[in-house]
Design a protein around this ligand. Structure first.
Ligand code: GLY
Length: 355
């Protein structure tokens, strides 16, 4: 992988200078965009995921190699992580909202049919990505939320269960006991409004995207969202264009990290559009991170040097098999599977931690 390092300002300026002042969504060069199209069966297959998705990419790649459709393959991959009580960012064992209830968001998208399904603020269901898949496959809708999403899941025979594990409950209680100025309610006091409330509160998530040898792409994003959030808070993960999109003729992008920043900029949609104008996955990812940085102005979201004080990561695949993981802060890693096996690779990043 190229660029396992800080992305140079010069390179960025050469490819994306116009984006600093805002992101023009340029017309595609032609249907299919910049990636070179390969014959069916000849695309170099690849699966990418967040760092917590190493097992997911392995399973996804294996399934895909046996001919499983890309959507079923990525969902099967993330189901492992949704069920893992030790991963506190998603599904069973995810960190709860401020009232101690685990609330989940997920979206899935199938490139070949350009269909999507999503659920948000879903309680008591271990694998929200399976419910999102049912929305895609069995309804004329794209997004179901809250009580309606739960009713839909139960109508489909999915069992409700308590998702709060002992360890997540203890983490929540500790946060609650120490609660002072670190919740999401902004007071009228100017000084208080300047305090970073999100720091130290995970927004961990898993995204997984797969490109098969026929050039078909699907992806999924699933999360328990920001730890200790206001009940009903929905992040970027279930929003098509933020947590993910796929354009089967161009590529895909998915996100983890601070959902609010992604929602305000619809980065994943923008990144896919940019790949369609000829940018590489790295360039497109870095361009949208620059855009987020330029739009971040509130003091509670900035460090002492005026840089965003939150994490935001993107995982990108182009139709021709190029791929990248990009991060606001690095060094950091993401998960990749190709015919050479599964592994962690270095992300490209804008800012160096501790610098
Ligand atoms: N990116 C996950 C969230 O903010 O909910």
């Amino acid at each position: 992988m190229p660029f396992p390092r800080f992305y140079s300002r010069r390179k960025f300026l050469a490819t994306a200078a116009s984006l600093m002042a805002g992101l023009p969504l340029l017309p595609r060069l032609k249907a299919g965009g910049a990636p070179t199209l390969q014959k069916r069966g000849q695309t170099p297959a690849v699966v990418v995921s967040s760092a917590n998705g190493l097992k997911a990419v392995k399973v996804t790649y294996r399934l895909m190699s046996k001919g499983t459709d890309t959507l079923e393959a990525v969902i099967s991959g993330v189901n492992l992580v949704e069920s893992d009580p030790n991963d506190r960012s998603v599904g069973y064992g995810g960190l709860p909202n401020e009232e101690g209830v685990v609330e989940l968001d997920s979206a899935v998208m199938h490139g070949p049919t350009h269909r999507a399904g999503a659920v948000a603020a879903l309680r008591n269901i271990r694998k929200p990505s399976r419910v999102a898949q049912l929305v895609l496959e069995t309804t004329d809708h794209v997004l179901l939320v809250g009580a309606g999403a739960l009713k839909f899941a139960k109508a489909n025979g999915i069992r409700e269960e308590e998702l709060l594990t002992e360890s997540s409950r203890k983490a929540w209680l500790k946060w609650k006991r120490n609660l002072s100025r670190g919740d999401d309610w902004l007071s009228d006091d100017e000084e208080d409004r300047g305090i970073a409330r999100h720091v130290g509160r995970p927004t961990g998530t898993i995204h997984c995207a797969a490109l098969n040898s026929d050039g078909d792409i699907s992806c999924v994003t699933t999360t328990s969202g920001l730890a200790y959030k206001i009940p009903g808070r929905v992040g970027d993960s279930p929003i098509i264009g933020a947590g993910l999109p796929v354009d089967n003729a161009i590529g895909s992008c998915g996100s983890t990290g601070r959902g609010e920043a992604n929602l305000q900029n619809l980065c994943s949609f923008a990144a896919v559009e940019l790949m369609g104008t000829g940018m590489s996955p790295e360039e497109a990812g870095i361009a949208v991170l620059r855009r987020v940085a330029s739009h971040t102005t509130q003091s509670r979201l900035l460090d002492e040097k005026g840089r965003p004080n939150f994490g935001l990561m993107f995982y990108l695949i182009a139709k021709d098999g190029r791929y990248a993981g990009v991060s606001m802060w690095g060094p950091d890693k993401y998960s990749v599977a190709t015919r050479k096996g599964s592994r962690h690779e270095e992300m490209v990043y804008l800012y160096t931690r501790g610098s």
